[in-house]
Design a protein around this ligand. Structure first.
Ligand code: FES
Ligand code: FES
Length: 166
């Protein structure tokens, strides 16, 4: 069964007629041609498909598009305007990628988790739940643990995020 869905993707509002079983990931890649959003596991385990969905990071392979009528989606492509987003710049400066397949998801997750930390949200490794969490390497690793990198660029990804958080 098809249903009409309207979403804003990287600032452009689009209306699609979609099978109700279509994921946000497949709608972005297959229908809208936003191929920066990557399909890794398609099971919510690798984070390659992460975007910012209504301001929060989300794995799009687990979300049905019809559940997001009216949503605003920002992909790694949409984070840059005239200049790269500071997180994108930091990934370049710190060699935070090798093949780059996981990078769009890593960048979106990093932007989302920096906002979460700024808002005072604790993580599993936050010791003092009453203080603003300091983003040390352990916090960054824990908060990014949903994003896997098959090239193992983790050390430089942590460096990049540490710089972007300062
Ligand atoms: S493709 Fe969505 S989490 Fe792996
Ligand atoms: S840079 Fe290759 S998968 Fe992460």
């Amino acid at each position: 069964m098809d249903q009409s869905v309207t979403v804003t993707v990287d600032g452009v509002t689009r209306t699609l007629s979609l099978d109700t079983r279509t994921t946000v990931l497949d709608a972005l890649r297959e229908r809208l041609g936003v191929t920066s959003v990557k399909k890794g596991c398609d099971h919510g385990q690798c984070g390659a498909c992460t975007v910012l969905l209504d301001g929060r990071r989300a794995t799009t392979c687990l979300s049905f598009a019809v559940a997001h009528e009216g949503s605003e989606i920002v992909t790694a492509e949409g984070l840059a305007d005239q200049n790269l987003h500071p997180v994108q710049r930091a990934f370049l400066d710190h060699d935070g990628f090798q093949c780059g397949y996981c990078t769009p998801g890593q960048v979106c997750a990093a932007v989302g988790m920096l906002e979460e930390a700024k808002a005072g949200s604790p993580s599993y490794v936050t010791e003092d739940l009453t203080a603003d969490p300091a983003l040390d390497d352990e916090e960054i690793r824990e908060r990014m643990s949903g994003n896997l990198c098959r090239c193992g660029a983790y050390a430089n990804i942590v460096s990049a995020i540490r710089e972007a958080s300062e």
